[in-house]
Design a protein around this ligand. Structure first.
Ligand code: HEM
Length: 387
């Protein structure tokens, strides 16, 4: 029987049992249907890593009309995630030059100050009181957008991250976000600052600047994908810690575990089942399975992150685990450009919450927690807590 994607896993689960079961019983690469499309599911760590690094698995091919799409806004051919080869390398270098490690490092004291302010208010709902405002304030700060625009940014992002959108709804959502960004770019041209939009406007190489359309599309990617993921990963990480009191206590007692803890939470606490689909540019063997040219392939990173060949006792949360890199932020040429920033936020937020509130608990029964259903990302609506 052919497998189907998306899986029907309850949102409350940290893992993706259907995919782990497929990997255990049917092997590392399994044929499936995704709506009308036939697609191969890459389930093992080795298969996912190959799909993410081998240039014969192309994002560009996947964004052609009729290609496999998991998030409609992700199929825009002008964004980094839709490019391959030299075009991707050039655009990524330009975006990365504006989004430098130095720029991220200078944000550290600001991230700590934002977290301290938010926690001073002793939020009774950690989603509304910490997980949403922190990454939203940080992305505004990074780009140089006023924080008073945050409610609009959250609303547009919500629409862009929706997994089922008609072409008209998508166009409308992109027009709203890009209209806003175009005004912001214009303002930065007139009044440059030391933030990311200005840096991206000025960024150039021997081929010149990004075109206006490339600039707007990639700013939209940075703004939307770059904060919604962190919002939800922070919420899921806190919930996973609350569900594993002895591991949480380990981190309370030994805060220096925070770096491996952030990685282990990225591995264990599923944010999304899959990252973006690819299409093969020639016949290729994937972890022992022969694929034809033009085959659609979906890297199921949630299964790879529980692959027992790479992670001993994969269903065990072990905040001191340091044996391999989880694929939660991708791998290879498209590896998350915001990884350093996201990890900085996760590190500071989790450390500060546990330092102030070591007795953190849910204030409701777990079954009462609600998740947003319109997105592929596992997203808590709220997290009522007591200290
Ligand atoms: C916990 C938070 C985050 C997670 C789990 C995450 C996850 C990912 C994943 C899985 C990819 C690879 C996509 C693929 O190859 O299929 C990716 C790429 C990307 N991420 Fe993140 N991300 C996070 C935070 C951020 C932040 C904060 C930013 C920016 C401010 C960001 C910007 C990007 C960009 C621009 C790419 C595309 C890179 C390229 O195609 O070359 N992400 N992210």
């Amino acid at each position: 029987m052919s497998a189907t994607f998306p899986f029907t896993t309850p949102r409350s689960l940290d893992n993706e049992p259907e995919a782990q079961e497929l990997l255990a019983r049917r092997g590392p690469v399994v044929p499936a249907t995704m709506g009308p499309i036939r697609i191969w599911l890459a389930l093992s760590y080795a298969a996912c890593k190959q799909v993410l690094t081998d240039p014969r698995f192309s994002r560009e091919e996947a964004t052609r009309p009729g290609g496999p799409v998991t998030v409609p806004s992700g199929a825009n051919p002008l964004v980094l995630t839709s490019m391959e080869g030299r075009r991707h390398a050039r655009t990524r270098k330009l975006v990365a030059s504006a989004f430098s490690p130095r720029m991220v490092a200078t944000l550290e004291p600001r991230v700590q100050a934002i977290v301290d302010d938010l926690l001073d208010a002793r939020p009774t709902d950690l989603v509304a009181g910490l997980c949403v405002p922190l990454p939203t304030m940080v992305i505004c700060e990074l780009l140089g957008a006023p924080y008073s625009d945050a409610p609009d940014i959250r609303r547009w992002t919500g629409r862009l991250m929706t997994s089922v959108l008609t072409p008209e709804e998508l166009r409308e959502a992109e027009n709203d976000m890009q209209g806003y960004l175009a005004d912001l770019v214009e303002e930065k041209r007139l009044r440059p600052d030391d933030k990311l939009i200005t840096a991206l406007v000025l960024a150039h190489d021997e081929g010149g600047h990004l075109t206006s359309a490339e600039l707007l599309a990639n700013l939209q990617l940075l703004l939307a994908a770059g904060h919604d993921t962190t919002v939800n990963q922070l919420g899921n990480s806190l919930l996973t810690l609350i569900r594993h009191p002895s591991e949480m206590q380990k981190l309370v007692d030994n805060p220096s575990l925070i770096d491996t803890a952030v990685d282990e939470l990225l591995r264990f606490s599923r944010l999304m089942a899959a990252t973006l689909p690819r299409v093969t540019t020639e016949a290729v063997e994937l972890d022992g399975v022969q694929l034809e040219k033009g085959a659609a392939v979906l890297p199921i990173i949630a299964a790879a992150n529980r692959d027992p060949k790479v992670f001993p006792d994969p269903d065990q949360l072990d905040l001191a685990r340091d044996n391999a890199a989880p694929l939660a932020m991708g791998f290879g040429p498209h590896y998350c450009l915001g990884a350093q920033l996201a990890k900085l936020e996760l590190r500071i937020a989790l450390t500060s919450v546990l330092k102030r509130f070591p007795g953190l608990k849910l204030a409701v029964d777990e079954e009462e927690l609600e998740y947003r259903m319109e997105t592929n990302v596992r997203a808590l609506v709220s997290m009522p807590v007591t200290y």
